[in-house]
Design a protein around this ligand. Structure first.
Ligand SMILES: *Cc1c(COP(=O)(O)O)cnc(C)c1O
Length: 477
């Protein structure tokens, strides 16, 4: 997060913070928290703990955060492993070879889940999240594109490369285009909330470095039709020297599709010829705390060698393809723990449970009537990730219920539920999104529904109070 400093000159520092009296207990915290400049004096650990810990009281409860896809609950045994490996720097691959062995096993397991074949030579890396993974994948396609042009004597310095993606992509792809100076060709979604494949076909050219498909878009959860995307790209590639690849952003779907019976037959991965790379967020449905992601390539030779650095100052030579260097190894270890602990059966059970809750909630929201008026329309479509996406019916809006106000009202019950517009061209439709993930259960779902009902009543009451006040005002004048 890019934050603005609250800069004050050192001389303006509160005298209070300079005169901290040491106290051994934690009943009093006489020292003021340092806001802009470092304190002169040291304070004792328990006081510092209380000062810092008390700040978290003002944050929302992660268990009631329905806005995020990111894991907010892990098993005590997983947490134990994570704590025990807090002092391991992932990049010291030669000092901690077993950590790298676990990373290798995770990459292999994922490549297998994504149906890499015998002839493939899948290769991958852990990353800080799907963002780093997608930046790496996109950058590699840009390099491959440039090398191809150089090889065939085509100008590349004056031609701006292009990347094609839908208006439903997560911000990481817009970042990629901006940071790596690639022109984004943004395809509006169709009424099914998926990238419009026919529109993609019209934009393919020798400037296209790759096309991105999303397996579970951030806005409303649907899977893009990657198979259809593969078909139009196959048609293009048959008649052109430059072969365009597909990158699948499976940040959420990569840990869902292989574990849900209804989705197992959907081809979206290395079963499709032109899918050459996939990114996944281990810290979403991979069930690990933030930040871990994965980038998997179908073949080692599809990564430009120029991008892989051989690092030799940590006691031997090792390959490195990442945007950063040091990071904690504990998420990799936790990912391997989850794969070991859950297996196919465990992930399946968890995913099935999430869809059960999704069905229960969508049914309830769909049939919710207040004073005889239907309130919600269900906006999520099949296939997609376990989310509940609601928009308000016209009649509900006429009763004074607005998505933003509803999101604000239900916050009073502790729930964080975002309200925002759908991607282009449906930006006039405002939706509410609830992400269902591990740690959420039937009891919480029922409470969420009750609180939503109460919030609606409360908004209607506020509305009638203000109309009453207004009408009173007008009669009084
Ligand atoms: C969350 C998400 C991202 C970004 O992933 P991080 O792991 O948060 O960096 C990218 N794409 C999609 C579809 C996502 O859902």
């Amino acid at each position: 997060m890019l934050v603005k400093s609250i800069y004050k000159k050192r001389s303006e520092k509160s005298s209070h913070s300079q005169n901290s009296t040491s106290c051994n207990g934690n009943i009093f915290t006489p020292s003021a928290p340092p806001l802009d400049t470092i304190n002169d004096r040291r304070i004792n650990a328990s006081e510092a703990y209380e000062i810092v810990n008390s700040e978290s009281n003002f944050d929302s409860n992660p268990q009631l955060n329905m806005a995020t896809f990111v894991t907010t609950w892990m098993e005590p045994t997983a947490i134990r492993l994570m704590k025990e490996s807090l002092d391991i720097n992932y990049i010291d691959k030669l000092i901690y070879p077993q950590t790298i062995e676990l990373e290798k096993r995770c990459v292999s397991i994922l490549a297998n889940l994504y149906n890499a074949s015998e002839e493939d030579n899948p290769t991958g890396t852990s990353t800080v999240g799907s963002t780093e993974a997608s930046l790496l994948a996109g950058m590699n396609y840009k390099f491959l594109w440039k090398k191809h042009r150089e090889k065939y004597g085509k100008e590349s310095d004056t031609v701006k490369p292009e990347i094609i993606f839908g208006s439903n992509v997560q911000v990481c792809w817009k970042k990629f285009a901006k940071y790596f100076e690639v022109k984004p060709i943004i395809i509006p979604i169709g009424s099914d909330n998926k990238i419009d494949v026919n529109e993609v076909a019209k934009k393919l050219s020798d400037k296209t470095i790759c096309v991105v498909g999303i397996l579970g878009n951030t806005f409303s959860g649907e899977f893009d039709d990657i198979k259809a995307l593969n078909k139009v790209i196959d048609k293009y590639n048959k008649n052109h020297q430059w072969k365009i690849s597909i990158h699948v952003d499976a940040a959420c779907g990569g840990f869902i599709a292989p574990f849900y019976n209804m989705y197992k037959d959907i081809s979206w991965d290395f079963r499709l010829k032109w899918v050459k790379s996939i990114n996944i967020s281990g810290h979403k449905y991979g069930l690990v705390y933030a930040g871990i992601g994965w980038a998997i390539w179908r073949n080692r030779h599809e990564i430009d060698d120029e991008l892989i650095f051989q690092i030799d100052y940590l006691g031997g030579v090792q390959d490195d393809f990442s945007l950063n260097f040091t990071k904690n190894a504990n998420n990799v270890i936790a990912q391997y723990y989850n794969l070991t602990r859950q297996g196919q059966e465990g992930y399946e059970e968890i995913i099935n449970y999430m869809y059960d809750i999704q069905h229960r909630l969508t049914k309830k929201f769909n049939s919710l009537k207040i004073f005889g008026t239907k309130i919600f329309k269900i906006e999520n479509k099949f296939p997609g990730i376990p989310v509940v996406i609601l928009s308000l019916t016209k009649e509900a809006e006429e009763m004074g219920i607005e998505p933003g106000k509803l999101a604000q009202k239900i916050k009073e019950y502790g729930w964080s539920i975002p309200a925002y517009p759908l991607p282009t061209p449906f930006e006039n439709k405002i939706i509410l999104r609830m992400v269902l993930k591990v740690g959420f259960n039937y009891g919480m779902a029922d409470k969420l529904f009750e609180d939503m009902e109460s919030s609606i009543f409360s908004l209607i009451n506020d509305q009638s109070d203000s109309t009453a006040a207004l009408s009173c005002g007008s009669t009084c004048v």
